[in-house]
Design a binder for this molecule. Structure first.
Ligand code: SF4
Length: 420
């Protein structure tokens, strides 16, 4: 399968083939180097942890040969691309070498489906197991669950990996049938369900007294960084409301740590099943990330973000400001009296700032200046708050506020790791 391709070329092919998977929230490195600055080898990308820390990962496929023919994928069976595969030992050596040289803090490993799903999954598990049990590797490992893998191998994978993910890919069964006919919702959700049940089982075991020795829990951990998924945005016709409803239900049912949204990039060799697009819908992707933030950290429900007759998020306003303008009678909020939940509803005040406000108010009242020092973005919050009864700007005409706040966050240009 790998022919006479040398290791350097393999890395280049299999790193490039992995870069469209957004489920580790990464930004690729060109790896081209130059005279100045830090140059990372091919396959090394930056990724962000839950708490916003930037880490470097080796992000590669085990193989880019695939029996499946997903229309949106550069590695699909019908695509005319050069194919290659690593051996387990090559990947282990490469990961250890990069780790020792401090190029990476972890490995993100996925694969095309070059054989029966269980056989492919076994290769990924063997790589992780060899790294942990023979090579003494202590870095982070994220393994992709290959669609169609059985529960037994998911259990095994979770013993060696920090995180597992199975990509939901598209929002509905109809779109899967159209663009990824070898996959099904049952297959994908089944794997997520298996993960949740295993997670629960391992958690319960860890609470049992027989696993406690000298106060230390000896029960094995199962994928301690949880599970995540990726959803492609713009390759099929579903609207934002369908996507947000789906994400909300995935978070509830399977306790996913993250849904990653990936703006659809037209593969070079087009497929007639795909829509013609002017380019990846980056602003839409960005607004979905912000809406996702509202679901996970700001206690909004999916129905509050987009109502029945609102198919798409506002492309010019972040979804929290859009909600505030639709509920202008809810404002102004008195900063020195509001509870935590109410503070979270104010545009420009994020979860961290809201916690600091509650904390600070125990010893003193807050002024606008004090609020700004705690991290509030007053250019957004000013229309929605009072401090000690005073306004900076009285909330009046939502249309005027909308005009003033439109497009001030550089939508589409940054990850939503800021307070809004
Ligand atoms: S299963 Fe589909 S998305 Fe995954 S590598 Fe194969 S063609 Fe690409």
């Amino acid at each position: 399968m790998s022919g006479s391709v040398d290791l350097g070329e393999k890395i280049s092919i299999l790193a490039s083939a992995a870069k469209y998977d957004a489920s580790c929230a990464s930004s690729g490195s060109s790896g081209k180097g130059g005279k100045f600055g830090v140059s990372l080898p091919a396959g090394v990308c930056h990724s962000w942890t839950e708490d916003g820390r930037c880490v470097s990962l080796l992000k590669v496929l085990f193989s880019n040969s695939c029996r499946f023919d997903c229309a949106y994928c550069v590695n699909r069976a019908s695509a005319d691309v050069k194919r290659s595969s690593f051996t387990v030992q090559e990947l282990v050596d490469l990961t250890c070498e990069f780790y020792r040289r401090n190029y990476i803090e972890g490995l993100f490993l996925s694969s095309g489906i070059f054989a029966d799903p269980d056989i492919v999954m076994e290769k990924l598990i063997e790589t992780a197991k060899t790294l942990r049990s023979q090579a003494g590797y202590g870095g982070y490992i994220h393994l992709k669950i290959i669609p169609g893998t059985g529960e037994k191998l998911i259990r095994e994978a979770g013993l060696w990996a920090d995180r597992l993910s199975v990509n939901i890919e598209l929002p509905t069964e109809k779109s899967l049938q159209n663009l990824a006919p070898d996959k099904s919702g049952k297959m994908i959700l089944g794997a997520m369900g298996n993960f949740s049940e295993l997670n629960l089982e391992f958690e319960e075991n860890r609470r049992k007294p027989r696993f406690l020795s000298c106060g230390k829990n000896t029960a094995p951990a199962f994928a301690p960084a949880g599970q995540s998924t990726q959803l492609i945005v713009g390759a099929s016709a579903e609207d934002d409301r369908q996507i947000i409803n789906l994400s909300s239900s995935l978070y509830r049912k399977f306790e996913l740590r993250r849904v990653y949204y990936s703006a659809f990039i037209h593969p070079r060799a087009g497929d007639p099943r795909l829509p013609e697009t002017p380019g990846p819908p980056l602003v839409r992707e960005h607004r979905l990330y912000q809406a996702d933030w509202l679901l996970r950290f700001y206690h909004f429900s999916a129905a509050e973000i987009l109502g029945e007759n609102e198919p798409f998020l506002d492309s010019h306003l972040d979804p929290k400001t859009a909600w505030a303008l639709k509920h202008i009678d809810f404002f102004p909020i008195e900063i020195n009296r509001a509870d935590y939940e109410t503070l979270l509803r104010i545009p420009g005040i994020g979860a961290k700032t809201a916690r600091r406000v509650i904390e600070t108010r125990r010893s003193r009242s807050l002024s606008f200046d004090g609020l700004r020092r705690l991290g509030a973005v007053l250019k957004r919050a000013r229309y929605f708050i009072t401090c000690g009864g005073s306004f900076i700007e009285r909330p009046d005409d939502p249309l005027r506020i909308r005009r003033l706040l439109s497009d001030i966050d550089g939508a589409g240009l940054q990850l939503p790791l800021f307070e809004f």
